[in-house]
Design a protein around this ligand. Structure first.
Ligand code: URA
Length: 241
């Protein structure tokens, strides 16, 4: 049994105080009877709970893939900058989702948000070495021996060398202004603070743009910057392996 206001908030109907207003407005019924108090208990496995006449199904865990733009912080709250949460409407935020891991303020790309604590723990656990692939633009040509160095592990000033990582140096191209552009894709299997930037610094390059393309089996695909979508059941199952 669970309190009706908690249940409805968990379902994403609104915040607890919004739910209270819906109860006052006689918009919630349980098995056809109007609910009068937010503390009323319901059996979420059996009762027919309706909001504005529509049956509600309980979704305990939710999973969103988000294309983080630069300029917002990977946090639930921040006093200075926009946060990734600002891109989600109140009914989704009410489900208590949180980012899985972090991307820097100026990093773009794939970010998973969920309220599934055990999965978050699984994905962030150093023991699992979930691969994460980044696309980076560098200030200069990446030395070819960086491929071998990254494979062996590099010293980025921590107690330990980085775990073996896969570097693919991309063809030199030209930006819109015709200036040479040096880029690479790097797959790492851990998540240290500023890890990608520090690894490139270790081979003499500065990252000028960074975007996460994938995390485990999840890829960003053609999701536009600032957009999010729900994960499919197959994507969720693959993450749990
Ligand atoms: N590595 C970094 O340096 N920054 C990120 O945002 C993610 C990985």
């Amino acid at each position: 049994m669970i309190r009706i206001d908690k249940y409805l908030a968990d379902c994403g109907i609104g915040t607890r105080s919004e739910v209270k207003k819906y109860i006052k407005a006689k918009q919630i019924t349980v098995n056809g009877a109007l609910v009068s108090k937010p503390e009323e208990k319901v059996d979420e496995t059996k009762d027919d709970i309706c909001f504005k006449g529509h049956s509600i199904t309980y979704e305990k865990y939710v999973y969103y893939l988000f294309h983080k733009p630069a300029g917002c912080v990977t946090a639930k709250q921040d006093n200075v900058h926009q946060t990734v949460m600002d891109y989600f409407p109140e009914d989704i935020r009410a489900k208590d989702i949180a980012p899985v891991g972090r991307l820097d303020l100026d990093t773009e790309g794939l970010l998973l948000l969920t309220n599934d604590g055990p999965l978050t723990h699984h994905l962030l656990s150093p023991a699992h070495h979930i691969p994460k692939t980044y696309y980076a633009i560098l200030d200069k040509e990446v030395p070819e021996d960086a491929v071998e160095k990254f494979k062996d592990g590099v010293d980025i000033g921590d107690d330990k060398l980085t775990l073996p990582a896969e570097l693919v140096i991309l063809m030199v191209s030209k930006d819109e202004a015709g200036k040479k552009m040096y880029s690479a894709e790097l797959t790492i299997h851990e998540g240290r603070f500023h890890q990608v930037k520090r690894m490139f610094e270790a081979v003499g390059c500065t990252v000028t743009y960074l975007k996460r393309l994938s995390m485990g089996s999840l890829t960003l695909g053609n999701l536009s910057k600032g957009e999010y979508r729900k994960l499919t059941a197959d994507e969720i199952a693959a993450l749990q392996k």
